[in-house]
Design a protein around this ligand. Structure first.
Ligand SMILES: [Zn+2]
Length: 366
């Protein structure tokens, strides 16, 4: 183009269009190696998401208040989504392209249109249960976050055993090969290890006849005390004193049905426990117990109880029939707790649950 210096002193300006395309080629990497705490990465993600929203919106104030439960729920979904996009990249790509051939075909996964999470399809679409339980979030096997999540659920669900705990995990999540993860987490749990100490077992003899012949429930009853447990004397006082309490356990020798009640031990109270048991479950034909000193007094009390029934001759006919049959009390031989394996097993169960649920806390009787 010619430029006449007399007429055109200005060179015409040409503006070219420049387009800058910026794309991140790196995946989002979440590192969970720094913590064993489930809540910490969730809270960190809340602040990251807030900052990202603040930068994207330009002008909105950065929220600085503590994360709410809704924030934590959102951040959990962000974390799960990041893990899924990295671990199930090929499955996500196949589903987005409408391709049905992928490695998780048996689970019939789909990408949730609302929160973009990869969920299990299953056959429970019409079931009347929570959406998360119908279509659980898919998680990869052996991921660090999965271990943290499983440990968190194990601790918040009272250290359940493997089978029951599997159902708890699958209420919301579907980690692949989760049974082995659960096994590893329970094996490393200090609380479970302390509670599951193994003892030497001995070869047992034949069961006695009253254990295998079928009378009504609680006709052959075993009784034992477990404890002591330390509880507060009241729930209202400022400085309640700590007192000892025992669990009084009645076990049916055939069906193993059991009934427990808590009370500070003394002979009088045991008589009360026994009367209440008889009122609710009927008169047992025979009661077995340890040969412990605390039952010697109770034995005398039992006779008093029988006398009390006998004196009330004009009482109802049913009571009269019960008293006429009487209760036979059998002590097992001294220093032979294996004779009372039924109630010892019941005591073990009670301790099993109390150790996990109560732990070191001091409860009141109420
Ligand atoms: Zn545990």
């Amino acid at each position: 183009m010619r430029v006449n210096p007399e007429n055109d002193f200005e060179v015409p300006e040409f503006k070219g269009k420049v387009t800058l395309i910026a794309a991140s080629t790196k995946d989002v990497k979440l590192n969970f190696e720094f913590t064993n705490d489930y809540n910490r990465p969730l809270r960190m993600m809340v602040y990251i998401v807030r900052f990202a929203k603040h930068r994207a919106s330009k002008g909105s104030d950065l929220k600085k208040d503590l994360p709410t439960s809704a924030d934590l729920e959102d951040s959990l979904k962000v974390i799960v989504r990041c893990i899924q996009r990295k671990s199930f990249a090929s499955v996500c790509r196949a589903l987005e392209n409408g391709n049905t051939k992928h490695e998780l075909l048996s689970l019939r996964p789909f990408i949730d249109p609302v929160d973009k999470l990869l969920r299990v399809g299953g056959r429970l679409k019409s079931a009347f249960i929570l959406y998360d339980s119908r279509h659980q979030m898919l998680l990869p096997a052996n991921h660090r976050f999965v271990k943290i999540l499983v440990r968190h659920l194990h601790e918040t669900n009272l250290h359940q055993g493997q089978k029951g705990f599997l159902a708890v995990v699958r209420q919301r999540f579907w980690p692949l090969r989760v049974k082995s993860t659960i096994k590893k987490v329970i094996a490393k749990c200090v609380t479970c290890f302390r509670a599951n100490h193994t003892t030497i077992e001995q070869l047992m003899g034949d069961l006695p006849s009253y254990r295998v012949q079928p009378p009504p429930v609680f006709h052959q009853t075993g009784v034992d005390f477990a404890g002591p447990l330390l509880i507060k004397s009241s729930s209202t006082g400022r400085k309640p004193s700590i007192i000892k309490t025992y669990v009084c356990l009645f076990v049916c020798m055939i069906t193993r049905a059991h009934r427990a009640s808590f009370r500070p031990i003394d002979r009088c109270i045991f008589g009360g426990r026994l009367r209440r048991f008889i009122s609710r479950r009927g008169l047992p034909l025979r009661i077995f117990s340890d040969n412990a000193t605390n039952f010697v007094g109770a034995h005398n009390e039992l006779e008093e109880l029988a006398k009390m029934f006998a004196e009330e001759e004009n009482a109802k006919r049913i009571v009269y029939e019960c008293t006429s049959r009487g209760i036979e009390w059998s002590f097992i031989p001294p220093r032979s707790p294996h004779f009372g394996e039924i109630w010892e097993a019941g005591v073990k169960q009670v301790k099993h649950h109390l150790t996990r649920v109560v732990g070191g806390h001091r409860l009141s009787y109420e």
